[in-house]
Design a protein around this ligand. Structure first.
Ligand SMILES: Cc1cc2nc3c(=O)[nH]c(=O)nc-3n(C[C@H](O)[C@H](O)[C@H](O)COP(=O)(O)OP(=O)(O)OC[C@H]3O[C@@H](n4cnc5c(N)ncnc54)[C@H](O)[C@@H]3O)c2cc1C
Length: 480
């Protein structure tokens, strides 16, 4: 127990919310709109969680989540409600595909220019996955009659039961493995892949980068959380205070007592500034891999303890490289590159829209991704060597100029104590059908809310918003 001394602040609210990411802040805002009082407790000294924009060496970078797709209607409505604007990703010109032999191909449209047989196989696999996503859906994939069968085979092996074309399997695998769950395709099940596809509307939507990476928020995705925080009010948001203890069976009208420690991100504890929030309900709006960082009193039950150990975040390095101009456009290239066998498997033009001048920045920005096992290897070498290897890999696709950015930065969410990976959590092999039905079950006054347990918008900011709204609606009904 965190000792209560003379200066510890004690707040009493209808709902305590742990985590000031998009999910926790959406829940807080909707609850307030419904007339309830809230306090949001956040470990970091900023809001936004896995969405975070910052200026690095003079360049504006979206270090975390950024893209919005047309199916993400909860997020799109919220953006407009908050008075924020979006802009389209640059997509003129030809894309590049590097085949397994290292040969570069220019192409347009959403089908990689592989040989005819591989293309046919890819189309067949996409149709198969679209059909499964439509049949199983994102709401209760664990309840489908095929759930166990699909959840006990890895996506890697499932693809190879469907096709003997290795290039087609690797290309299709990329969209879910490196591209979304950021785990090797042997580490998660075919059912988890189907959930990923269904949550985005279809597998075809994931394959179509013009759909899934459609728009960005002017000023960065973190603006959504910053705007929500402004609505909720600074007096109701406690930054730099990890929730350490959650008591949920206290006597009286307020069964919840959250004890939050004043503990800065650089490791300085200020015990005199500890905060205690007493509440009727609590929303735990942090990814499931962090639930066990909180000491629950009394302890959660066996099922919860087991379930949380089967959900883990993937790992990806989001690489930002800024150049004096978007030089690739002069070559008629969009900046979009795919190479399933490369260190950097995906690259996109990530040039910013400047809200001050209301036009695109003159500097060009590329963003690339190094996923799962390749990311593991990169973190065993020095920062200089890693940068050289990553830029080499990008230059293999976009040319020598790529090797000389004026700003270079790697988003490393695996090293962030209050996230521990990217982009979001997924179950290990067999976990989704075994535990999925219980992932949203409240425990007494404790409710769970984050993108990692969303159905529509799963793994995305949209899912975080949907979960925040759903949890707020449930608690509003209970509080009335
Ligand atoms: C590199 C990267 C790229 C991404 N790209 C996209 C994209 O392009 N589009 C998209 O839609 N999504 C993207 N995502 C995913 C998206 O950012 C997340 O799905 C979303 O931010 C999840 O929101 P959340 O509120 O559920 O959780 P989070 O954003 O993780 O917020 C949880 C909050 O809880 C806090 N917290 C944790 N433990 C405690 C504790 N004990 N006490 C108090 N506070 C605590 C954390 O500090 C954090 O602020 C990306 C993510 C990353 C990392």
């Amino acid at each position: 127990m965190i000792p209560k001394d003379a200066t510890t602040t004690e707040l009493t609210r209808d709902v305590a919310i742990i985590g000031a990411g998009p999910s926790g802040l959406t829940a807080a805002y909707r609850l307030q709109q419904a007339g309830h009082t809230v306090a949001v407790i956040e470990a970091r000294e900023r809001v936004g969680g896995r969405t975070w924009s910052n200026h690095i060496d003079g360049a504006f970078l979206e270090i975390g989540g950024q893209w919005v797709s047309p199916d993400q209607t909860a997020l799109i409505s919220l953006i407009s409600e908050l008075g924020l604007k979006t802009f389209s990703r640059y997509r003129d010109g030809e894309n590049l595909y590097r085949d397994p032999n290292g040969t570069m191909h220019r192409y347009t449209g959403d089908m990689f220019p592989a040989n005819e047989k591989t293309q046919q196989e890819m189309v067949r696999l996409i149709e198969k996955l679209d059909a499964l996503a439509a049949e199983i859906g994102a709401q209760q994939p664990w309840a489908h009659p095929k759930a166990r069968e699909l959840d006990t085979i890895s996506f890697h092996h499932w693809l190879r039961t469907q096709s003997d074309d290795e290039e087609a399997c690797n290309n299709i695998g990329l969209f879910i493995a490196g591209g979304m769950l950021t785990k090797p395709a042997h580490a998660f099940s075919a059912l988890q892949a189907v959930l990923m596809a269904a949550s985005a509307g279809s597998f075809s939507n994931l394959v179509d980068e013009d759909f899934i990476l459609d728009k960005r928020v002017v000023g960065g995705m973190q603006s959504v959380s910053l705007a929500l925080a402004q609505k909720v009010g600074a007096e109701n948001i406690i930054l730099g205070h990890p929730a350490r203890v959650l008591r949920w069976q206290e006597p009286g009208e307020y069964p919840v007592r959250v004890e939050a420690e004043a503990f800065s991100e650089d490791g300085v504890a200020s015990p005199a500034d500890n905060v205690i929030v007493r509440a009727k309900y609590v929303v735990v709006a942090v990814p499931p891999n962090l639930y066990s960082r909180v000491h629950f009193v009394p302890a959660l039950d066996r099922r919860q303890h087991q379930m949380h150990q089967h959900q883990s975040l993937g790992l990806v390095i989001k690489v930002h490289a800024v150049y004096p101009t978007p030089f690739w456009r002069d070559k008629g290239l969009s900046g979009t590159c795919f190479a399933a066998n490369n260190l950097v498997q995906e690259i996109y033009d990530n040039t910013n829209y400047d809200p001050q001048t209301d036009q695109e920045e003159s500097r060009g920005t590329l963003v690339g991704f190094v996923s799962d096992e390749a990311a593991d290897k990169m973190f065993t070498i020095s920062a200089e060597e890693r940068k050289a290897r990553i830029l080499d890999s990008m230059a293999q696709m976009l040319g020598e100029e790529t090797k000389n950015p004026i700003v270079y930065y790697e988003s490393d969410w695996g090293a962030e104590e209050w996230t521990r990976g990217a982009y979001a959590a997924s179950y290990d092999l067999g976990g989704l059908h075994r535990y999925g039905a219980d992932q949203l079950t409240p425990v007494g006054p404790i409710y769970w809310s984050c993108s990692d347990i969303a159905s529509d918008g799963y793994q995305h900011v949209d899912g975080a918003v949907r979960m925040g709204e759903k949890t707020a609606a449930t608690l509003d009904a209970k509080l009335k």
